[in-house]
Design a protein around this ligand. Structure first.
Ligand SMILES: Nc1ncnc2c1ncn2[C@@H]1O[C@H](COP(=O)(O)OP(=O)(O)OP(=O)(O)O)[C@@H](O)[C@H]1O
Ligand SMILES: [Mg+2]
Length: 359
């Protein structure tokens, strides 16, 4: 029997997998409406009588779900997307989506297409009715200058967009370069999407880590615990690589799911990365699971220096850190050049273990 989203949600509350949250509960009917619409679309497009419906009714407004971290925006959106029975749905992290767009534009320009955005948008319109973005954020001027024209084409092509964001539309690309050129995009979002604030009082991600140990040593003995925490935080997914654009390059977090990144010390600190890379990572993840921090010394000075920058970036962005290391913070770097500077890092590592740490 078909269950509505509200029924599915309530069943999860009854099972104890979710806590009843009135703010989350309140957005479910709107999503259920979109679910019914998307499913009817699929049937109509595939049906023999498809041709009769050429004059389709305009699609319903999409949904822009915004609010503070850990409120359950992604959880609610994923619950919705999973239950939509239609092949014409796509769920993608906004960063990853924009990277695809840039790749598509690049390819189209090579072919000297006049409006390079047209084939890129058409390819989406052909396959997708319901497009769900996680974590819409616009920090980059090239993205800011494209999204208006892109979304205009998508909306004209009948694509319905559902998205999560930490900011109200009016605060997107705040203080960005040439922001006036971006304002019509905000107006378009207001016009095409229902904007809903998820004003839950709870940061559930914080709850998940509350009272749990987040710093483990020695690292070699902590593998199972790290895996267990990852399973819990990533909602059972293995995670996918997250590639972030940094000054025309890409920096990669090897595993990313549900706002949580996972990497080893070596993956982030043994490569020639710099402050811009660590800032991008700190902006993109809410929690970082970082494994195998080794004993540091003058012998691995470069790695240690990068680790200091990484921790500073995570600290500034109030990212939660789950770490496994060779030793307690104060004994990670005890002698040689750089050990004095490391005292601040050690102290930050301590502070970041506090139950109330995080944004
Ligand atoms: N009602 C709930 N009961 C129990 N756990 C919940 C509930 N809502 C969300 N969670 C869990 O809390 C964590 C954070 O939720 P989620 O990732 O959806 O937050 P978010 O609003 O998307 O945060 P962010 O803005 O940081 O992306 C997830 O592990 C999620 O499964
Ligand atoms: Mg989220």
């Amino acid at each position: 029997m078909r269950q509505t989203l509200t029924e599915i949600y309530e069943a999860k509350v009854a099972q104890g997998t979710l806590r009843a949250d009135p703010a989350q509960h309140a957005v479910l009917p709107a999503l259920e409406g979109l679910r019914l619409w998307a499913e009817a679309q699929g049937a109509r497009r595939q049906g023999l009588l498809g041709g009769l419906f050429r004059k389709e009714a305009p699609p319903p407004p999409g949904l822009y779900l915004w609010g503070g971290v850990g409120r359950g925006k992604s959880m609610v959106m994923d619950l919705f997307i999973e239950t939509v029975d239609s092949p014409a749905k796509r769920r993608v992290h906004f960063h990853a989506f924009m990277q695809d767009i840039h790749r598509g534009l690049h390819a189209a320009r090579k072919r000297e297409v006049e409006d390079a955005l047209a084939p890129v948008a058409d390819a989406i319109i052909r396959d997708v009715r319901l497009l769900a973005f996680d974590e819409m954020q616009i920090t980059d001027i090239t993205d800011a200058m494209i999204v208006g024209r892109l979304f205009e084409k998508l909306f004209a092509g009948g694509v319905v967009i559902v998205t999560t964001s930490n900011r109200v539309p009016e605060d997107l690309y705040k203080d960005g370069l040439n922001r006036v050129l971006f304002l019509p995009f905000i107006a378009m979002l207001r016009d095409k999407l229902q904007v809903v604030a998820l004003e839950s009082p709870n940061d559930y991600r914080q709850h998940r880590l509350e009272g749990t140990q987040v710093y483990f040593h020695p690292a070699g003995k902590a593998k199972a615990q790290m895996d267990g925490l990852w399973r819990d935080l990533a909602g059972g997914s293995y995670g996918e690589p997250l590639r972030l654009p940094v000054n025309g390059r890409e920096v990669e977090v090897p595993r990313f799911a549900n706002g949580v990144g996972r990497a080893t010390f070596w993956e982030l600190c043994a490569k020639p990365l710099g402050p811009a890379d660590y800032l991008a990572i700190a902006q993109a993840v809410r929690v970082l699971v970082l494994e195998d921090i080794p004993q540091l010394s003058a012998g691995n000075y470069n790695e240690a220096k990068r680790f200091v920058i990484l921790i500073d970036a995570l600290y500034e962005a109030r990212v939660r850190l789950v770490a496994s290391a060779a030793d307690v913070p104060e004994r990670l770097y005890i002698e040689g050049a750089g050990s004095f500077e490391f005292e601040r890092t050690a102290s930050r590592l301590r502070e970041m273990q506090a139950a109330d740490w995080g944004g």
